[in-house]
Design a protein around this ligand. Structure first.
Ligand code: OAD
Length: 251
């Protein structure tokens, strides 16, 4: 492992344009459970029953009760962990240009990253189904479920449900930066959900080195990742950043 981290640091320290693609795993050490695998949310609830747009349109009260209220409780308490702050360090070193995240927890922005593409939206906001007004989740009155907008419409998180389109601008920019980068860090994603999982392929096809950080192998590990760093993001990323800083100091 140490050897792989040193090799990844050699490449990162010389890179001109690094992009990170992150998934639920980067926020596990902030207390947010992942979707798949051990302790994953989809082990407890069926996403087609509670996280699909058709389920929400049919029965918003149940989806608020089973999924959204609980997400709010978990996300309210979550704070950035050392993996998030390491990505801020990489940005301050002038190496990391953009974070593409599938997460809706907003923790990259709280940590301090400046350019974050929110592929699946952001839970910090609720949008009215009827008039499209956007309201901070913190200001939503949860005494009545589902909560309503002042116009009478039902509020929904400003995130993507299954069965919905990725915001076109987020998709377009993600494809652009993936094609432009010379290093892609793929952190804490099972790489099972499209189209986000295509980004490492775009990066690799355009000549980038793919560095994957995940305690478990994924479909990318043996095919796309040049350097699979097997471990928790909160441990591996600070070590990687320290190794990059050493190289910067020495040059
Ligand atoms: P998943 O839950 O599918 O995968 C989480 C990944 O994080 C797994 O590969 C774990 O091995 C890894 N992991 C767990 N702990 C980790 C740690 N401490 N450090 C690093 N990695 C760790 O999450 P995503 O790939 O983000 O979409 O899922 C993609 C999308 O599927 C989500 O955005 C969500 C979900 O359905 C929507 O809700 C639309």
């Amino acid at each position: 492992m140490s050897d792989l981290i040193e090799r990844a640091a050699d490449i990162l320290a010389k890179a001109k344009y690094t992009v990170a693609l992150t998934g639920a795993g980067i926020s596990v050490e902030s207390g947010i459970p992942p979707f798949r695998g051990k302790g994953g949310l989809w082990e407890k609830i069926d996403p087609m029953k509670y996280a699909h747009i058709d389920a929400f349109l049919e029965d918003p009260e149940t989806v608020w009760d089973v999924l959204i209220k609980n997400m709010k409780m978990v996300l309210d308490k979550a704070r950035p962990n050392p993996a998030h702050t390491s990505l801020v360090d990489l940005e301050r070193l002038g190496l990391l240009k953009t974070v593409i995240t599938q997460n809706v927890d907003g923790l990259h922005q709280v940590a301090g990253n400046q350019d974050v593409i929110e592929f699946h939206g952001n839970f910090a906001w609720q949008r009215c189904q009827t008039c499209d007004q956007v309201i901070a989740t913190a200001d939503v009155d949860l005494t009545h479920i589902p909560p309503h907008c002042s116009c009478g419409g039902i509020l929904r998180p400003d995130c993507i449900f299954f069965g919905e389109m990725i915001p076109p601008e987020a998709l377009h920019r993600s494809q652009q930066v993936s094609a432009a980068c010379d290093v892609m860090l793929v952190i804490g994603t099972s790489a099972m959900v499209q189209p986000a999982a295509t980004m490492p392929f775009i990066a690799k096809d355009n000549g980038a080195v793919v560095v994957e950080i995940n305690p478990e192998p994924t479909p990318l590990t043996n095919h796309i990742s040049n350097l699979p760093l097997l471990g928790d993001a909160g441990t591996v990323l600070p070590r990687l950043v320290a190794a990059v800083e050493q190289r910067r100091d020495a040059s």
